[in-house]
Design a protein around this ligand. Structure first.
Ligand SMILES: Cc1cc2nc3c(=O)[nH]c(=O)nc-3n(C[C@H](O)[C@H](O)[C@H](O)COP(=O)(O)OP(=O)(O)OC[C@H]3O[C@@H](n4cnc5c(N)ncnc54)[C@H](O)[C@@H]3O)c2cc1C
Length: 460
C-alpha cells in the first residue's frame, strides 16, 4: 500500500490525511504537540475546570470546503446557523445598532442591511454603498492592482469617512483578516467582502460552534482517520527531511525514528515549514516568503457565569478595546462568555485583565452583581498571519522542489486570509497533488492499493 506522511494535525493536515486515506493511501499523521487541532483546538482548563477553546472561531456560510469537511466527518450538526446574517452591536456610549441582511444574501439584501446600520450617520450609510458598487465591478485586473494598496487607503478613496472605517469596515477587516485596515491588503479585504456579501446564497450566514473546537471536528476527524487504518503519532514532531535526488526519501522524527513514506504533506505553519524545507529552494524563495509573513495575535478572555450578560450568541462592541463578546450556554444555569480582541498588539504584551473587565462592566453594569465563576485569558501570538499588501504575489503553492513533498496550510496560496477555510482548501489541494503524483510514478490504476514509486531513492 502507498504510505503517505502528513506532518501537522491542524485543519490542513487533518483534511489532507483523511482525503489521502479515502484515496486508498496508508496514512501516518505526525503532530509535534500532544494534542491535535493546531491553532483551532480546546483543552481542559485547570483554572476554571472547564473545556476552553484556544480562541473563539467563527465560521461563515461561504466556508464551503471546511463545511464540506465537517459534513464528511459527521460534525456539521454541531454548528448553530444564524441565517440571514444578523449581528447586533453595542457602542460604549450605550447606542445600539444591528447589521442585518433582511432578505438574505444578494444585492438588495446588502443594500438594505447597510442602510439600516444605525451605528453610522445616514450619509455614511449611503456612502458605504459605493464600496458595494466597487466590489461588483471588480475584475481580475482591478483586483490584482489592489494587492499593492492598504484597505484603509482603498476605502478612503471610495469616500469612506473615518467614522465609517472605524465603526464598520475596521470591524469586518479585523474579524476576517485579523489585520487593521491601515495594515491590511485592500485586495484581501475585497476578496472577503465579495465572497461574503455577493457570493453564493447563504455565503453571509454565520455558523457558531455549539461545542468546543476539539469536540467540533478534531475528535471526529481522528476517529475517521483511525477507522481508515491511519496511524496518529502525537508529541513527536518531524526533526528533518532526508532529501536525495529531488525526492524526500526519509523523515526523521524528534525521537530519532526514521519514516520512509512515498509522499509527504508538510501542513506545518510557515516558520516551521521554512526550517524543515527552506533549503530545498535553491534561491531561498521559501525563506524569503517566511520572513515576509508576520504573525498577528488574538486575545481572548473567557468566563463562566450563572446569568448571561447578553443572550446574543455574537455581539459586536464599538468604541471599546473588546471587539466581540460570544455567548454559549454550557449547562442549565451556566453560561460561557468569550471576549475577543483581534490584531491584539499591546505595549504591555497583553491588556491587563482588570482593564478588560472594567470595559465590560461599563457596557454591562449588571456584571458587578454576578461574580464570574472562572476566568481564563489567552493570547495566541501567532493566531494568523497579517494579511498585508503584496503577500498574494509570493504565497507558495503546494509544489516544492522535491517531487514527492507538498505544502499545505492557511498561509499557502489559497487566495484567502488565514482561516479554517483556507487551511481546508490547502489540505484538499495537497492531497490531490499527492494522489496525482503517486498515480504518475506507481505502476497502478488510480485509486488502488499499490507498491512504492519506481524511483524511490536510497537514504544516504
Ligand atoms: C485565537 C484564534 C482565533 C481564530 N479565529 C478564527 C476564526 O474565527 N475563523 C477562522 O476561519 N479562522 C480563525 N483562526 C485561524 C485558524 O485557526 C487557522 O487559520 C487554522 O487553524 C490554521 O490551520 P493550519 O492547519 O493551516 O495550521 P495549524 O493549525 O497551525 O496546524 C499546524 C500544525 O503543525 C504542527 N507542527 C508544527 N511543527 C511541526 C513539526 N515539526 N512536526 C509535526 N508537527 C508540527 C503544529 O503543532 C500544528 O498542530 C483563529 C486562530 C486563532 C489562534
Amino acid at each position: 500500500m502507498r504510505d503517505c506522511l502528513v506532518v501537522g494535525s491542524g485543519v490542513a493536515g487533518l483534511v489532507a490525511a483523511l482525503e489521502l486515506a479515502r484515496n486508498g493511501c496508508k496514512v501516518t499523521l505526525v503532530e509535534a504537540k500532544k494534542h491535535c487541532g493546531g491553532r483551532a483546538y480546546s483543552f481542559s482548563d485547570p483554572r476554571t475546570g472547564m473545556e476552553v477553546d484556544n480562541g473563539q472561531h467563527l465560521i461563515m456560510g461561504c466556508y464551503s470546503v471546511f463545511l464540506g469537511f465537517l459534513k464528511d466527518i459527521g460534525a456539521d450538526h454541531k454548528l448553530r446557523r444564524v441565517s440571514p446574517l444578523r449581528i447586533p452591536f453595542r457602542h460604549a456610549s450605550g447606542q445600539r445598532a444591528e447589521l442585518k441582511l433582511r432578505t438574505g444574501s444578494g444585492k438588495s439584501g446588502v443594500v438594505r442591511g447597510i442602510l439600516g446600520f444605525r451605528a453610522l450617520p445616514l450619509k455614511d450609510r449611503f456612502r458605504a454603498l459605493r464600496v458595494g458598487a466597487a466590489l461588483q465591478s471588480l475584475d481580475e485586473r482591478k483586483l490584482g492592482a489592489l494587492d499593492g494598496e492598504t484597505a484603509a487607503h482603498w476605502l478612503a478613496g471610495l469616500g469612506q469617512s473615518e467614522e465609517a472605517i472605524r465603526n464598520l469596515w475596521s470591524v469586518i477587516c479585523l474579524a476576517t483578516l485579523n489585520t487593521k485596515p491601515e495594515r491590511a491588503s485592500a485586495k484581501m479585504l475585497a476578496v472577503v467582502l465579495k465572497e461574503v456579501f455577493f457570493g453564493v446564497r447563504d455565503a453571509s450566514d454565520l455558523l457558531l460552534p455549539e461545542v468546543s473546537l476539539t469536540r467540533l471536528y478534531v475528535d471526529d476527524a481522528l476517529r475517521e482517520l483511525s477507522r481508515r487504518n491511519g496511524t496518529i503519532v502525537t508529541g513527536n514532531g518531524v526533526k528533518r527531511l532526508v532529501v536525495n535526488n529531488g525526492i524526500v526519501c526519509g523523515v526523521v522524527l524528534k525521537d530519532g525514528m526514521l519514516l520512509e513514506p512515498s509522499a509527504v504533506v508538510l501542513a506545518t505553519p510557515w516558520k516551521e515549514t521554512g526550517k524543515l524545507a527552506g533549503s530545498l529552494w535553491p534561491d531561498e524563495t521559501l525563506s524569503a516568503v517566511v520572513s515576509r509573513l508576520s504573525p498577528s495575535p488574538i486575545y481572548s478572555l473567557t468566563f463562566f457565569i450563572e446569568k448571561p450578560i447578553t443572550t446574543e450568541p455574537m455581539l459586536g462592541l464599538l468604541g471599546t478595546n473588546i471587539q466581540w463578546i460570544f455567548t454559549r450556554k454550557i449547562v442549565r444555569d451556566l453560561w460561557m462568555h468569550t471576549c475577543v480582541i483581534s490584531a491584539a498588539v499591546f505595549e504591555e504584551g497583553r491588556p491587563p485583565q482588570a482593564d478588560v473587565f472594567k470595559e465590560l462592566e461599563h457596557l454591562f453594569p449588571e456584571l458587578e452583581k454576578f461574580q464570574p465563576r472562572g476566568i481564563r485569558t489567552l493570547l495566541e501570538r501567532s493566531a494568523t498571519f497579517e494579511a498585508t499588501p503584496g503577500l498574494e504575489r509570493i504565497r507558495p503553492g503546494p509544489r516544492t522542489p522535491a517531487r514527492n513533498l507538498f505544502l499545505a496550510g492557511d498561509w499557502t496560496d489559497t487566495g484567502l486570509p488565514s482561516t479554517l477555510e483556507g487551511a481546508a482548501r490547502s489540505g484538499y489541494t495537497a492531497a490531490d497533488m499527492v494522489t496525482s503524483y503517486l498515480e504518475e510514478v506507481c505502476d497502478v490504476e488510480p485509486g488502488t492499493a499499490t507498491k512504492f514509486p519506481r524511483h524511490r531513492a536510497e537514504i544516504p
